[in-house]
Write a protein that binds this ligand. Structure first.
Ligand code: BGC
Length: 249
């Protein structure tokens, strides 16, 4: 028997993808549906696409949205890899107007982290655990005994005069055509900075690179237990749904 179902949507700088999620098992109930993010990543166009994902599933119930920005009470506070006009947008109100669905909003890395802590690599892990999503940006989620400290935004720490995500993200690896050992050297420096700040017991690596972990894990040298995300790219969708359920939207 299935428990409660929530439509999880992971809103990203390159794609907007969703699937219905069974909250008790943390499983997606169908294949995910993905639409590329409109160029320029402006609010009106992206909101339209989020609406298309909701309509594709003919969804009448709650929606959980993961979003690549700091979020407070449903409002977007920052815009690193999306259009600046996003700042100040209360996305659940816009979705309500467009489709009538109730929804919640959470940072995308926090969503992926929640999924990993509930159903993946961090399940029942006590103490300090960090989840790093490596993609267009660097997303971070911080947990202590399973409780989330939201919006850590540690992809913006300064390293070598740059923001960390302009130094060690997957986008930079591809753009600068860095080979795996070179990129891993940079990423290892980043992890070392995080270790000195938070002393996590476990670091979970998620995002697009998590499925290629055998290409670079051997070059990383950190004190924490280092593991790839188990839910891979689905973590953002699942965690966004978990958050909506938690807030009872
Ligand atoms: C954003 C974060 C986000 C991360 C990964 C960063 O640029 O500031 O909010 O979690 O990218 O998408």
């Amino acid at each position: 028997m299935f428990g409660k179902k929530v439509l999880g949507i992971d809103v990203g700088g390159s794609g907007i993808k969703g699937a219905p999620v069974d909250i008790s098992s943390g499983r997606m109930l169908t294949e995910r549906y993905r639409i590329p993010t409109p160029a320029g990543a402006k609010p009106d166009e992206m909101i339209e696409v989020i609406g298309q994902v909701i309509k594709y599933f003919n969804w009448r119930g709650p929606v959980g949205l993961g979003f690549p920005a700091a979020i407070r009470d449903g409002t977007v506070l920052t815009a690193a890899n999306i259009h600046k006009n996003w700042i100040g947008v209360h996305l659940p109100s816009e979705i309500k107007k467009l489709t009538g669905n109730n929804s919640s909003l959470i940072n995308d890395a926090d969503a992926a982290g929640l999924a990993e802590m509930n159903f993946g690599a961090g399940r029942e892990k006590p103490g300090t655990v960090m989840v790093i999503t490596v993609g267009t940006g660097l997303g971070t989620a911080l947990f202590y005994n399973g409780a989330l400290v939201p919006n850590t935004e540690l992809g913006h720490l300064e390293m070598q005069g740059k923001e960390a995500e302009h130094f060690a993200s997957d986008f930079i690896r591809k753009k600068d055509e860095l080979d795996w050992p070179t990129w891993a050297g940079r990423f290892n420096e980043y992890l070392s900075v995080l270790e000195k700040l938070f002393w996590p017991r476990m670091i979970i690596i998620g995002g697009g690179v998590s499925k290629k972990h055998e290409k670079f894990f051997q070059f990383l040298n950190v004190g924490a237990e280092l593991v790839p995300a188990q839910l891979r790219n689905e973590a953002g969708i699942i965690g966004a749904a978990v958050w909506a359920h938690h807030l009872r939207v």
